[in-house]
Design a protein around this ligand. Structure first.
Ligand code: Q46
Ligand code: ZN
Ligand code: ZN
Length: 328
């Protein structure tokens, strides 16, 4: 950006942040990001210095930024990457995750769905009739929970940022989905069979985490998952960005206002869950006899492999093929 000055040191700025009504140089952008993450951790009692942390790593900017920030702040954090088998997106994202871990000598655990469980996300979607993100979300949740409990980790960290959380909140509010709203918290405490889960980036926007990666020299996968194309979540983000452009700070006020003033009023809905028992097959908590993950494995692992293009909708397929052409 031309000639604008850092609010803190008056040196040349690298980014303007209208919601802070200020510009920042690379050093003071990092200071701002660190402080926002420390504040989120402190205000919501997310982490203790001795915690063993497992970071859900996708190879995108948010998961690498949160891993980098936690390591920098002195936390003991390992990563877990799950190979979802979503065409070239998965191949490339795995390489970014591994390169990041190798460069910083951090421990990255990798689970490949096809190697270990005999299926991938496109096949699971086709075989079970679930939309890809549903098969994917339940697989990831199960495997992160499992890996955290089996590996003796105290907490699972995800890289959800302010834009992600505000978009989900917007969707839940549009539908007045009270049960989802009640559970939309930056910390989910541990429960029988579930590890504690936290989101330390809830005070940073997507643009700020991308800027963190750039000034820290972190290479991350720019492409979105092809399955995300056209989903409602992106439409909510665009709508909130339009409001934010007119009125900087609205996104943060919307999300943090909810967490501070509205979420406490819904607290009694959080525990109003159903009774859980152990899955007959894997022992994880479930409402039925066999958990949803084991049912997906049983159905998808016996199905012929389905290429990613088959389960993309028309617009997503077009975008995916264009992206493949660019790569080759
Ligand atoms: S990876 Fe999986 Fe996301 Fe791709 S299939 Fe959907 S849920 S969009 S975070
Ligand atoms: Zn500065
Ligand atoms: Zn199970």
């Amino acid at each position: 950006m031309n000639q604008s000055k850092c609010r803190v040191c008056r040196g040349p700025a690298v980014i303007d942040l209208p919601r802070h009504n200020a510009n920042f140089c690379a050093e003071h952008l990092q200071q701002l990001c660190r402080r926002q993450v420390e504040k989120a951790i402190h205000d919501h009692d997310m982490l203790s210095p001795d915690d063993r942390i497992l970071v859900a790593v996708s190879g995108g900017k948010d998961s690498l930024a949160v891993w980098d920030l936690l390591a920098e702040l002195g936390y003991r954090a390992d990563g877990l990457y799950i190979g979802l088998g979503i065409g070239t997106y998965s191949d490339t994202s795995g390489q970014y995750a591994q390169a990041f871990a190798d460069e910083r000598e951090l421990e990255l655990i990798t689970i490949d769905l096809r190697e270990t469980y005999g299926y991938d996300i496109p096949t699971a979607s086709k075989a079970t009739g679930r939309v890809p993100c549903s098969a994917c979300g339940l697989s990831k949740r199960h495997l992160f929970d499992r890996a955290a409990l089996d590996g003796g980790y105290d907490v699972v960290v995800t890289g959800h940022n302010l834009d992600d959380e505000a978009a989900v909140l917007f969707g839940n509010t549009l539908r007045w989905d009270i049960d989802y709203l009640a559970r939309q918290l930056p910390v989910l405490p541990a429960a029988e069979g579930f590890p504690k889960k936290v989101k330390p980036l809830v005070r940073l926007t997507e643009r700020e985490t991308a800027a963190w990666c750039i000034v820290r020299g972190i290479d991350y996968l720019l492409d979105e998952c092809p399955m995300a194309h056209g989903n409602r979540h992106l439409a909510y983000k665009e709508a909130l960005n339009a409001v934010e452009a007119r009125s900087p700070g609205s996104k943060a006020a919307f999300y943090h206002g909810f967490i501070e003033r509205m979420a406490p009023l819904l607290a009694d809905r959080v525990d109003a869950g159903v009774e859980l028992h152990r899955c007959e097959s894997c022992g994880s908590p479930t409402t039925g006899d066999v958990c949803a993950f084991c049912r997906v494995v049983a159905t998808a692992s016996t199905h012929d492999p389905v290429p990613v293009e088959v389960v993309l909708n028309k617009a997503a397929r077009k975008a995916y093929l264009a992206q493949m052409q660019e790569i080759s």
